[in-house]
Design a binder for this molecule. Structure first.
Ligand SMILES: [Zn+2]
Length: 448
């Protein structure tokens, strides 16, 4: 066999082997993500609505896990919040690579706390599982679930001092912030996961697609430079993006990457714990627990790739190419082409109406949506999470049953009566209208 021919055979053989290997690895990765996704309903211990989680629930869950398998998990309850609630530190694994994961430093952002409890339950309950054994030997997890228990108790962003813990990385006025810093200094983890929720009306770039997940390879300086640590964070984000594709479709964005000097993620990266931010946003039809499952998958896949070294194969440019979060392109509800009939001297006219809802908590565990008119006018460049073609609809500021309309409809209006014309060509007078529903002091009531 000639030298050239031999080389050609060798090249061909190597190529075939490469193709086979790619196929096997690709298959393996796909199966693993799908398996982790299917695993969640079997191992979850979190409630259907993560907003119901309180400090006492987290403590009880962790104590239960400790009891179940005391050798595999260590939980310290020594640190306390401003109001004296425990700030647990969970340690799992005996490996070299230290990874810190903290959730809910904003009290009203509970999705990842639920996912962390489910992950811990899986790890503690399956010590013989091949993956769990590999992770235990290579990773040392430091988990701080629900870093703001006082805020969680009130379902609000800030702690009991009224301070945003994520702006306290330099001053360290909050006991919760000091606790996070102490854990960082004590263990010096190489990698951090900073876990939050963002507004469900955030969109993926200008696509008007609501972002289910936004990712950030948190910068360590104001210039947004790259070093080995930040590139690894970008690789983790790229891997999470590729893992979540089948479950979040096009709903994955990049979080604003400007350096926030007082924020924890940024300072953690500057201190040497290169941090990935995961923000859970729009839950889609699956509700909040769908996002818990998405977090479960994202975090476990990242841990797997960090444990087996395959994170090296991820492409940081995939992260760089993600579209950035954009706000103000989405409304909760848009009524398109609705007739507005106000109680002032203006004749009824046709336009669009945007309504947004926010969560309010009358009772700490009772979430309800409170709505208000957010915009009146041409909304053709916006998207509604709910959209109504309202050509036959009339919006009034007061109940037409009580006489002619009184008041106006402007941004901020919380009381609104919606009617539908009995027939398309009917004049907009009370006798020709059927009530559809009303926004009463912000509460939407659909007419039967
Ligand atoms: Zn947050």
């Amino acid at each position: 066999m000639g030298k050239d021919r031999c080389r050609r055979y060798l090249f061909f053989f190597t190529w075939i082997l490469g193709v086979q290997l790619c196929f096997v690895l690709g298959e393996k990765q796909k199966v693993t993500s799908a398996k982790l996704w299917e695993l969640w309903p079997k191992v979850r211990i979190s409630p259907a609505d993560p907003y119901q989680l309180r400090s006492s629930d987290v403590t009880a869950a962790l104590e239960g896990l400790q009891k179940k398998n005391p050798k595999s998990i260590s939980v310290e309850f020594t640190a306390k919040s401003a109001e004296g609630r425990p700030l647990p530190l969970v340690q799992w694994g005996q490996g070299e690579l230290k990874i810190a994961l903290w959730s809910q430093m904003h009290g009203d952002e509970p999705t990842a706390t639920a996912a962390l409890l489910d992950i811990l339950h899986f790890l503690v309950s399956n010590p013989g599982n091949k993956l769990v054994r590999q992770w235990r030997d290579r990773l040392h997890l430091l988990i701080l679930p629900m870093l703001n228990p006082d805020g969680a108790e009130r379902t609000r962003r800030r702690n009991a001092q009224g301070i945003d813990i994520n702006r306290d990385a330099l001053a360290l006025t909050t006991p919760e912030g000091r606790f996070l810093k102490q854990v960082r200094d004590r263990f010096q983890p190489e990698i951090g996961f900073n876990l939050h929720n963002q507004n469900a009306r955030t969109s993926v770039g200008e696509t008007k697609q609501p972002a289910m997940i936004s990712l950030l390879a948190v910068p360590y300086d104001a210039q947004g430079n790259n070093n080995e640590g930040r590139i690894r964070s970008k690789k983790i984000c790229a891997l999470i993006y590729e893992t979540l594709g089948p479950y979040c479709y096009t709903g994955i964005a990049r979080y604003d990457d400007s350096f926030t000097v007082r924020a924890f993620g940024d300072q953690m990266s500057a201190w040497g714990t290169y941090t990935v931010l995961i923000e859970s946003g729009w839950p889609g039809r699956g509700g909040e627990e769908y996002l818990v499952r998405v977090n479960f998958l994202a975090i476990l896949r990242a841990l797997q790739a960090l444990a087996d070294g395959s994170i090296q194969n991820a492409n940081p440019a995939v992260y760089d190419a993600l579209l950035q979060n954009q706000s103000d392109l989405i409304f909760d509800w848009i009524l398109r082409g609705v007739t507005i009939w106000s109680g002032n001297a203006v004749a009824p006219f046709i336009t669009d109406l945007g309504i947004n809802f926010r969560d309010v908590w009358d009772d700490p565990k009772q979430r309800r949506k409170k709505g208000a008119v957010a915009e009146v006018g041409d909304l053709s460049v916006f998207r509604g999470l709910r959209e109504t073609a309202a050509a036959e609809w009339i919006a009034c500021p007061s109940d037409l049953g009580a006489g002619p309309p009184k008041g106006e409809i402007t941004p901020g209006t919380q009381t609104l009566f919606l009617y539908r014309k009995k027939s398309a060509d009917a004049a907009p007078v009370a006798a020709n209208l059927l009530p559809v529903g009303r926004l009463a002091q912000g509460t939407w009531v659909e007419n039967p």
